[in-house]
Ligand binder design. Structure first.
Ligand SMILES: C[S@@+](CC[C@H](N)C(=O)[O-])C[C@H]1O[C@@H](n2cnc3c(N)ncnc32)[C@H](O)[C@@H]1O
Length: 359
Protein backbone atom coordinates (compact mmCIF):
# COMPACT_ATOMS: atom_id res chain seq x y z
CA UNK A 1 0.00 0.00 0.00
CA UNK A 2 1.19 3.53 -0.80
CA UNK A 3 0.83 6.94 0.85
CA UNK A 4 2.03 10.37 -0.29
CA UNK A 5 5.72 11.14 0.08
CA UNK A 6 6.69 14.77 -0.20
CA UNK A 7 7.80 15.70 -3.71
CA UNK A 8 6.88 15.12 -7.28
CA UNK A 9 8.56 13.58 -10.31
CA UNK A 10 8.37 14.62 -13.95
CA UNK A 11 7.33 11.37 -15.65
CA UNK A 12 6.25 10.23 -19.15
CA UNK A 13 2.54 9.38 -19.22
CA UNK A 14 -0.37 8.60 -21.50
CA UNK A 15 -3.55 10.67 -21.63
CA UNK A 16 -6.64 8.49 -21.80
CA UNK A 17 -10.39 9.16 -21.90
CA UNK A 18 -11.81 8.50 -18.41
CA UNK A 19 -14.25 5.86 -19.65
CA UNK A 20 -11.32 3.76 -20.96
CA UNK A 21 -8.98 4.56 -18.06
CA UNK A 22 -9.39 1.30 -16.14
CA UNK A 23 -8.96 -0.92 -19.24
CA UNK A 24 -5.81 0.90 -20.32
CA UNK A 25 -4.44 1.04 -16.78
CA UNK A 26 -4.75 -2.78 -16.52
CA UNK A 27 -3.25 -3.24 -20.01
CA UNK A 28 -0.22 -1.12 -19.02
CA UNK A 29 0.09 -2.96 -15.71
CA UNK A 30 -0.02 -6.36 -17.47
CA UNK A 31 2.80 -5.20 -19.75
CA UNK A 32 4.84 -3.88 -16.76
CA UNK A 33 4.72 -0.35 -18.21
CA UNK A 34 2.78 1.39 -15.44
CA UNK A 35 4.58 3.31 -12.65
CA UNK A 36 2.93 2.35 -9.39
CA UNK A 37 5.16 4.48 -7.15
CA UNK A 38 3.52 7.78 -8.21
CA UNK A 39 -0.13 8.85 -7.96
CA UNK A 40 -2.32 8.64 -11.10
CA UNK A 41 -4.00 12.01 -11.82
CA UNK A 42 -7.12 13.03 -13.73
CA UNK A 43 -9.18 16.03 -14.80
CA UNK A 44 -12.79 16.28 -15.98
CA UNK A 45 -12.35 14.20 -19.13
CA UNK A 46 -9.00 12.47 -18.98
CA UNK A 47 -6.87 10.29 -16.75
CA UNK A 48 -3.06 10.48 -16.90
CA UNK A 49 -1.27 7.15 -16.47
CA UNK A 50 2.41 7.38 -15.47
CA UNK A 51 4.83 5.15 -17.38
CA UNK A 52 8.07 3.32 -16.65
CA UNK A 53 9.37 4.69 -20.01
CA UNK A 54 8.19 6.70 -23.00
CA UNK A 55 6.18 4.52 -25.42
CA UNK A 56 6.58 4.28 -29.17
CA UNK A 57 3.76 5.52 -31.46
CA UNK A 58 2.87 1.88 -32.20
CA UNK A 59 2.67 1.01 -28.51
CA UNK A 60 0.42 4.02 -27.84
CA UNK A 61 -1.90 2.99 -30.67
CA UNK A 62 -1.72 -0.66 -29.57
CA UNK A 63 -3.09 0.07 -26.12
CA UNK A 64 -5.60 2.62 -27.45
CA UNK A 65 -4.25 5.68 -25.58
CA UNK A 66 -4.60 9.26 -26.85
CA UNK A 67 -1.11 10.74 -26.63
CA UNK A 68 2.20 10.69 -24.82
CA UNK A 69 3.05 13.59 -22.50
CA UNK A 70 5.28 14.38 -19.55
CA UNK A 71 3.69 15.60 -16.33
CA UNK A 72 4.42 16.00 -12.64
CA UNK A 73 3.19 13.12 -10.49
CA UNK A 74 3.18 13.02 -6.70
CA UNK A 75 5.54 10.36 -5.39
CA UNK A 76 4.07 7.66 -3.12
CA UNK A 77 5.87 5.77 -0.43
CA UNK A 78 5.36 2.34 1.12
CA UNK A 79 3.04 2.45 4.10
CA UNK A 80 2.32 -0.12 6.77
CA UNK A 81 0.31 -3.10 5.54
CA UNK A 82 -2.69 -4.68 7.27
CA UNK A 83 -0.32 -7.50 8.20
CA UNK A 84 2.05 -5.05 9.97
CA UNK A 85 -0.84 -3.47 11.87
CA UNK A 86 -2.96 -6.52 12.71
CA UNK A 87 0.00 -8.87 13.29
CA UNK A 88 -1.26 -11.47 10.77
CA UNK A 89 -2.49 -11.58 7.19
CA UNK A 90 -6.29 -11.63 7.18
CA UNK A 91 -8.30 -12.78 4.21
CA UNK A 92 -10.99 -10.38 3.00
CA UNK A 93 -12.53 -8.96 -0.16
CA UNK A 94 -13.55 -5.40 -0.93
CA UNK A 95 -16.80 -4.58 -2.71
CA UNK A 96 -17.20 -0.82 -3.18
CA UNK A 97 -16.45 0.69 0.22
CA UNK A 98 -17.29 -2.48 2.18
CA UNK A 99 -14.62 -4.95 3.28
CA UNK A 100 -15.94 -8.45 3.98
CA UNK A 101 -13.82 -10.84 6.03
CA UNK A 102 -13.71 -14.18 4.25
CA UNK A 103 -12.26 -16.28 7.10
CA UNK A 104 -13.43 -17.04 10.62
CA UNK A 105 -11.61 -14.97 13.28
CA UNK A 106 -12.20 -14.51 16.99
CA UNK A 107 -13.81 -11.29 18.20
CA UNK A 108 -10.51 -9.65 19.18
CA UNK A 109 -8.95 -10.48 15.79
CA UNK A 110 -12.04 -9.17 13.98
CA UNK A 111 -11.82 -5.84 15.77
CA UNK A 112 -8.08 -5.61 15.14
CA UNK A 113 -8.50 -6.29 11.41
CA UNK A 114 -11.52 -3.99 11.08
CA UNK A 115 -9.64 -1.10 12.69
CA UNK A 116 -6.52 -1.73 10.60
CA UNK A 117 -8.58 -1.90 7.39
CA UNK A 118 -10.37 1.36 8.12
CA UNK A 119 -7.19 3.14 9.24
CA UNK A 120 -5.13 2.06 6.27
CA UNK A 121 -7.76 2.21 3.52
CA UNK A 122 -9.60 5.50 3.82
CA UNK A 123 -12.07 4.32 1.16
CA UNK A 124 -13.37 1.50 3.39
CA UNK A 125 -16.37 2.71 5.36
CA UNK A 126 -17.86 -0.61 6.50
CA UNK A 127 -16.30 -3.87 7.68
CA UNK A 128 -18.49 -6.99 7.77
CA UNK A 129 -18.13 -10.74 8.09
CA UNK A 130 -19.95 -13.62 6.42
CA UNK A 131 -22.40 -15.47 8.64
CA UNK A 132 -23.96 -17.78 6.08
CA UNK A 133 -22.94 -19.49 2.86
CA UNK A 134 -24.34 -18.25 -0.47
CA UNK A 135 -27.78 -19.87 -0.40
CA UNK A 136 -31.30 -20.07 -1.81
CA UNK A 137 -32.60 -19.35 -5.29
CA UNK A 138 -31.35 -15.75 -5.12
CA UNK A 139 -27.80 -16.94 -4.19
CA UNK A 140 -27.45 -14.40 -1.35
CA UNK A 141 -25.64 -14.58 1.99
CA UNK A 142 -26.07 -12.99 5.39
CA UNK A 143 -23.48 -10.63 6.79
CA UNK A 144 -22.81 -9.22 10.24
CA UNK A 145 -21.41 -5.71 10.50
CA UNK A 146 -18.25 -5.41 12.60
CA UNK A 147 -17.23 -1.77 12.22
CA UNK A 148 -18.03 1.46 10.42
CA UNK A 149 -21.34 2.62 8.97
CA UNK A 150 -24.53 0.65 9.42
CA UNK A 151 -25.30 -0.49 5.86
CA UNK A 152 -24.69 -3.26 3.34
CA UNK A 153 -25.43 -1.18 0.22
CA UNK A 154 -22.47 0.12 -1.75
CA UNK A 155 -21.25 1.18 -5.19
CA UNK A 156 -18.58 -1.01 -6.76
CA UNK A 157 -16.48 -0.04 -9.78
CA UNK A 158 -14.99 -2.57 -12.16
CA UNK A 159 -13.50 -2.19 -15.66
CA UNK A 160 -15.12 1.22 -16.17
CA UNK A 161 -18.58 0.01 -15.01
CA UNK A 162 -20.46 1.04 -11.87
CA UNK A 163 -22.61 -1.39 -9.89
CA UNK A 164 -24.85 -0.31 -7.04
CA UNK A 165 -25.89 -3.28 -4.92
CA UNK A 166 -26.82 -4.48 -1.48
CA UNK A 167 -24.53 -7.31 -0.45
CA UNK A 168 -27.26 -9.04 1.55
CA UNK A 169 -30.04 -8.70 -1.02
CA UNK A 170 -28.25 -9.73 -4.21
CA UNK A 171 -25.39 -11.91 -5.41
CA UNK A 172 -22.16 -10.18 -6.34
CA UNK A 173 -18.64 -11.55 -6.62
CA UNK A 174 -15.76 -9.13 -7.29
CA UNK A 175 -13.48 -12.08 -8.06
CA UNK A 176 -15.36 -12.69 -11.33
CA UNK A 177 -14.11 -9.34 -12.70
CA UNK A 178 -11.45 -11.04 -14.86
CA UNK A 179 -13.97 -13.53 -16.24
CA UNK A 180 -16.47 -10.79 -17.14
CA UNK A 181 -13.72 -8.92 -18.92
CA UNK A 182 -12.64 -12.08 -20.75
CA UNK A 183 -16.16 -12.66 -22.09
CA UNK A 184 -16.60 -8.98 -23.00
CA UNK A 185 -13.32 -9.08 -24.93
CA UNK A 186 -14.82 -11.75 -27.23
CA UNK A 187 -17.42 -9.30 -28.52
CA UNK A 188 -16.65 -7.64 -31.82
CA UNK A 189 -17.38 -3.94 -32.02
CA UNK A 190 -18.93 -4.26 -35.47
CA UNK A 191 -21.04 -7.40 -35.15
CA UNK A 192 -24.61 -6.92 -33.92
CA UNK A 193 -25.44 -9.63 -31.43
CA UNK A 194 -28.50 -10.47 -29.39
CA UNK A 195 -27.19 -11.53 -25.97
CA UNK A 196 -29.19 -13.14 -23.17
CA UNK A 197 -27.81 -13.09 -19.62
CA UNK A 198 -30.01 -15.77 -18.04
CA UNK A 199 -28.96 -15.14 -14.42
CA UNK A 200 -28.00 -11.49 -14.57
CA UNK A 201 -28.01 -10.37 -10.91
CA UNK A 202 -27.30 -6.62 -10.75
CA UNK A 203 -25.93 -6.71 -14.31
CA UNK A 204 -22.25 -7.43 -13.73
CA UNK A 205 -21.89 -9.30 -17.05
CA UNK A 206 -24.74 -7.54 -18.89
CA UNK A 207 -23.59 -3.97 -18.37
CA UNK A 208 -20.00 -4.64 -19.32
CA UNK A 209 -21.10 -6.51 -22.46
CA UNK A 210 -23.58 -3.78 -23.41
CA UNK A 211 -20.90 -1.11 -22.97
CA UNK A 212 -18.30 -3.04 -24.91
CA UNK A 213 -20.67 -3.66 -27.87
CA UNK A 214 -23.11 -0.75 -28.12
CA UNK A 215 -24.40 -2.04 -31.46
CA UNK A 216 -25.56 -5.26 -29.75
CA UNK A 217 -28.52 -5.77 -27.42
CA UNK A 218 -28.57 -7.53 -24.05
CA UNK A 219 -31.60 -9.07 -22.33
CA UNK A 220 -30.73 -9.37 -18.63
CA UNK A 221 -33.02 -11.74 -16.71
CA UNK A 222 -33.20 -12.46 -12.99
CA UNK A 223 -35.75 -13.95 -10.63
CA UNK A 224 -34.73 -11.75 -7.68
CA UNK A 225 -36.75 -8.49 -7.63
CA UNK A 226 -33.99 -6.70 -5.67
CA UNK A 227 -31.41 -7.70 -8.30
CA UNK A 228 -33.69 -6.30 -11.03
CA UNK A 229 -34.23 -3.07 -9.06
CA UNK A 230 -30.43 -2.57 -8.79
CA UNK A 231 -29.93 -3.70 -12.39
CA UNK A 232 -32.34 -1.00 -13.58
CA UNK A 233 -30.51 1.57 -11.48
CA UNK A 234 -27.15 0.35 -12.80
CA UNK A 235 -28.37 0.64 -16.39
CA UNK A 236 -29.12 4.33 -15.64
CA UNK A 237 -25.86 4.89 -13.71
CA UNK A 238 -23.81 3.50 -16.58
CA UNK A 239 -25.80 5.30 -19.27
CA UNK A 240 -26.29 2.13 -21.34
CA UNK A 241 -29.35 2.05 -23.59
CA UNK A 242 -28.95 -1.36 -25.18
CA UNK A 243 -30.10 -3.49 -22.23
CA UNK A 244 -33.55 -4.65 -21.15
CA UNK A 245 -33.95 -5.86 -17.57
CA UNK A 246 -36.52 -8.64 -17.21
CA UNK A 247 -37.73 -9.97 -13.87
CA UNK A 248 -38.87 -13.57 -13.78
CA UNK A 249 -38.12 -17.26 -13.62
CA UNK A 250 -36.21 -18.21 -16.76
CA UNK A 251 -37.98 -21.61 -16.70
CA UNK A 252 -41.19 -19.75 -17.52
CA UNK A 253 -40.17 -16.70 -19.49
CA UNK A 254 -37.67 -18.33 -21.84
CA UNK A 255 -40.57 -19.01 -24.26
CA UNK A 256 -40.69 -15.28 -25.04
CA UNK A 257 -37.08 -15.40 -26.22
CA UNK A 258 -37.12 -18.63 -28.30
CA UNK A 259 -34.83 -18.55 -31.35
CA UNK A 260 -33.54 -15.03 -30.59
CA UNK A 261 -30.03 -15.24 -29.08
CA UNK A 262 -26.56 -15.26 -30.63
CA UNK A 263 -24.86 -15.53 -27.23
CA UNK A 264 -26.05 -16.71 -23.82
CA UNK A 265 -24.43 -16.29 -20.39
CA UNK A 266 -25.31 -19.00 -17.85
CA UNK A 267 -23.74 -17.90 -14.58
CA UNK A 268 -25.49 -20.13 -12.05
CA UNK A 269 -22.67 -22.55 -11.27
CA UNK A 270 -24.44 -25.06 -9.03
CA UNK A 271 -27.44 -25.70 -11.25
CA UNK A 272 -26.89 -24.27 -14.74
CA UNK A 273 -27.33 -27.85 -16.10
CA UNK A 274 -30.98 -27.70 -15.17
CA UNK A 275 -31.46 -24.78 -17.57
CA UNK A 276 -29.67 -26.05 -20.69
CA UNK A 277 -32.91 -26.95 -22.44
CA UNK A 278 -34.10 -23.34 -22.04
CA UNK A 279 -30.71 -21.97 -23.19
CA UNK A 280 -30.66 -24.14 -26.32
CA UNK A 281 -34.23 -23.13 -27.18
CA UNK A 282 -33.33 -19.45 -26.91
CA UNK A 283 -30.40 -19.69 -29.35
CA UNK A 284 -31.13 -18.71 -32.94
CA UNK A 285 -31.76 -21.71 -35.27
CA UNK A 286 -28.37 -21.13 -36.87
CA UNK A 287 -26.77 -21.46 -33.42
CA UNK A 288 -24.55 -19.31 -31.22
CA UNK A 289 -22.25 -19.27 -28.21
CA UNK A 290 -23.01 -20.39 -24.65
CA UNK A 291 -20.80 -19.24 -21.75
CA UNK A 292 -21.54 -21.90 -19.17
CA UNK A 293 -20.34 -21.96 -15.53
CA UNK A 294 -20.12 -25.11 -13.44
CA UNK A 295 -18.98 -25.96 -9.94
CA UNK A 296 -16.87 -29.13 -9.91
CA UNK A 297 -14.72 -30.82 -7.32
CA UNK A 298 -11.96 -33.36 -7.86
CA UNK A 299 -9.65 -34.94 -5.29
CA UNK A 300 -6.02 -36.03 -5.72
CA UNK A 301 -5.13 -39.72 -5.86
CA UNK A 302 -2.40 -40.70 -3.43
CA UNK A 303 0.83 -38.97 -4.43
CA UNK A 304 -0.87 -36.91 -7.12
CA UNK A 305 -0.07 -33.18 -7.35
CA UNK A 306 -2.79 -30.68 -6.46
CA UNK A 307 -2.86 -29.00 -9.89
CA UNK A 308 -4.03 -32.32 -11.34
CA UNK A 309 -7.32 -31.83 -9.50
CA UNK A 310 -7.99 -28.70 -11.58
CA UNK A 311 -7.47 -30.67 -14.80
CA UNK A 312 -9.77 -33.42 -13.49
CA UNK A 313 -12.46 -30.89 -12.54
CA UNK A 314 -12.27 -29.34 -16.03
CA UNK A 315 -12.62 -32.77 -17.65
CA UNK A 316 -15.61 -33.60 -15.42
CA UNK A 317 -17.31 -30.33 -16.30
CA UNK A 318 -16.77 -30.86 -20.04
CA UNK A 319 -18.07 -34.43 -19.89
CA UNK A 320 -21.14 -33.43 -17.89
CA UNK A 321 -21.88 -30.55 -20.24
CA UNK A 322 -21.56 -32.75 -23.35
CA UNK A 323 -23.65 -35.55 -21.80
CA UNK A 324 -26.42 -33.10 -20.94
CA UNK A 325 -26.42 -31.51 -24.39
CA UNK A 326 -26.48 -34.99 -25.97
CA UNK A 327 -29.44 -35.93 -23.80
CA UNK A 328 -31.21 -32.86 -25.15
CA UNK A 329 -30.57 -34.14 -28.69
CA UNK A 330 -27.98 -31.52 -29.72
CA UNK A 331 -24.77 -33.50 -29.08
CA UNK A 332 -23.53 -33.52 -32.67
CA UNK A 333 -23.87 -29.75 -33.02
CA UNK A 334 -21.69 -28.71 -30.04
CA UNK A 335 -18.06 -27.76 -30.00
CA UNK A 336 -16.40 -26.84 -26.70
CA UNK A 337 -14.14 -23.95 -27.69
CA UNK A 338 -12.53 -23.49 -24.30
CA UNK A 339 -12.83 -24.83 -20.75
CA UNK A 340 -10.85 -23.36 -17.87
CA UNK A 341 -10.73 -22.79 -14.11
CA UNK A 342 -12.39 -19.43 -13.38
CA UNK A 343 -11.68 -19.39 -9.66
CA UNK A 344 -11.25 -21.72 -6.71
CA UNK A 345 -14.47 -22.24 -4.72
CA UNK A 346 -13.35 -24.43 -1.79
CA UNK A 347 -10.49 -26.90 -1.24
CA UNK A 348 -10.50 -29.11 -4.36
CA UNK A 349 -13.61 -27.40 -5.76
CA UNK A 350 -13.48 -24.95 -8.66
CA UNK A 351 -15.75 -22.81 -10.77
CA UNK A 352 -15.16 -24.01 -14.32
CA UNK A 353 -16.04 -21.85 -17.33
CA UNK A 354 -16.98 -23.46 -20.65
CA UNK A 355 -17.37 -21.57 -23.93
CA UNK A 356 -19.39 -23.73 -26.31
CA UNK A 357 -20.32 -23.06 -29.92
CA UNK A 358 -23.65 -24.60 -30.91
CA UNK A 359 -24.39 -24.87 -34.62
C1 LIG B 1 -24.57 -16.69 -9.26
S1 LIG B 1 -25.71 -15.36 -9.43
C2 LIG B 1 -25.03 -14.56 -10.84
C3 LIG B 1 -25.27 -13.08 -10.91
C4 LIG B 1 -24.50 -12.34 -12.00
N1 LIG B 1 -24.42 -13.07 -13.25
C5 LIG B 1 -23.13 -11.90 -11.56
O1 LIG B 1 -22.13 -12.31 -12.16
O2 LIG B 1 -23.04 -11.14 -10.59
C6 LIG B 1 -27.12 -16.19 -10.05
C7 LIG B 1 -28.36 -15.33 -10.24
O3 LIG B 1 -29.38 -16.15 -10.83
C8 LIG B 1 -30.64 -15.77 -10.33
N2 LIG B 1 -31.55 -16.92 -10.55
C9 LIG B 1 -31.58 -18.10 -9.90
N3 LIG B 1 -32.55 -18.90 -10.40
C10 LIG B 1 -33.12 -18.22 -11.42
C11 LIG B 1 -34.17 -18.51 -12.34
N4 LIG B 1 -34.82 -19.68 -12.28
N5 LIG B 1 -34.51 -17.60 -13.26
C12 LIG B 1 -33.84 -16.41 -13.33
N6 LIG B 1 -32.86 -16.06 -12.48
C13 LIG B 1 -32.49 -16.96 -11.54
C14 LIG B 1 -30.37 -15.42 -8.87
O4 LIG B 1 -31.35 -14.55 -8.36
C15 LIG B 1 -28.97 -14.77 -8.95
O5 LIG B 1 -29.06 -13.38 -9.04
Amino acid sequence: MKSMKSGAEHVPCVKVEKIRGEDIRSALKDRNLLRTDVRITSDDKFVYLPLIRALTEDEIRGIGAEELLRRDFAVLEERKSIEDTAGFKPSYEVIGDIAVLTEVLNEREEQLVAQALMDLHKNIKVVAKRISPVEGVFRTRKLELIAGENRTETIHREHGCTYKLDLEKVYFNPRLAGERNRVAAQLERTKEEEIIDMFAGVGAFSIQLAKRAPQSHVTAIDINPDAIRYLEENIRLNGVRNIDAVEGDIKEIYVKFRNTADRIIMNLPKSAYLFLHEALSMLKPQGGIIHFYDLESAYPEEGEEKHKTVEKAITKAKEKFMAQVQELGRGESVEIQEARKVKPYAPYAYIIGIDAAIT
